[in-house]
Design a protein around this ligand. Structure first.
Ligand SMILES: Cc1cc2nc3c(=O)[nH]c(=O)nc-3n(C[C@H](O)[C@H](O)[C@H](O)COP(=O)(O)O)c2cc1C
Length: 183
């Protein structure tokens, strides 16, 4: 099999199928492999590959019959995706996080890192800030750009606060998105 097969090392009970051909990391994952494995084994199968939105998770389950899905990159850029999937399964719709939600998550995580006094806090903060925490690509790039030249963790946090302040002030003041995915 050309795609990676990995056992779930935590339980040794469920294979998860990382359905991308190993040699070509840019290629689209082949969900047919997930379906083939699902049909071949009796144990629960976890599908993985290119789930970007709740609709993708629903489609993977529908098309492959897998018992669960695993989400990699989208979980980092949109940690609300798990709650969105729950919403989508229950109601057919889901909520998008507001600028205030994004600000709270990013600033809260950064405050925790500063409080923990980790030696590599600034590296983690700059890495995290690169993820898309604003609604538009341009503003996200701008946010990351401002953070990369900061010299201290407090400076990174200050730049994030400066960046989000006008966005949060002009956004609708609706209730936070369910709860923080990191809480
Ligand atoms: C931050 C991160 C770390 C990962 N680490 C590993 C790893 O150690 N071993 C591995 O086989 N795959 C690793 N992956 C790949 C994921 O398991 C997954 O197969 C891949 O991201 C495709 O799923 P996605 O389209 O939901 O991102 C990693 C992915 C991410 C985003």
């Amino acid at each position: 099999m050309s795609a990676a097969w990995q056992s779930n090392v935590a339980s040794k009970r469920s294979p998860f199928i990382r359905a991308r051909v190993c040699k070509d990391t840019q290629a689209a994952p082949d969900w047919n492999i997930i379906r083939a494995v699902r049909e071949a084994v009796k144990m629960p199968v976890i599908g993985n590959g290119d789930i970007q939105r709740p609709e993708d998770a629903e489609r993977m389950v529908r098309e492959t019959g897998c018992n669960a899905v695993m989400i990699g990159r989208a979980a980092a850029t949109n940690p609300w995706i798990f709650q969105q999937i729950e919403q989508y399964v229950a109601t057919g719709r889901y909520t998008e996080p507001s600028e205030l939600d994004r600000y709270r998550l990013l600033a809260g995580y950064f405050r925790d890192l500063i409080a923990a006094e980790l030696p590599d806090a600034i590296g983690k903060m700059k890495q995290f800030a690169k993820f898309v925490y604003a609604r538009r690509e341009k503003t996200a790039a701008s946010c990351a750009g401002r953070s990369t030249t900061a010299q201290t963790p407090s400076e990174v946090l200050q730049r994030v606060e400066d960046f989000f302040e006008p966005l949060v002030a002009s956004s609708d003041n609706r209730e936070p998105f369910i709860q923080s995915p990191l809480s």
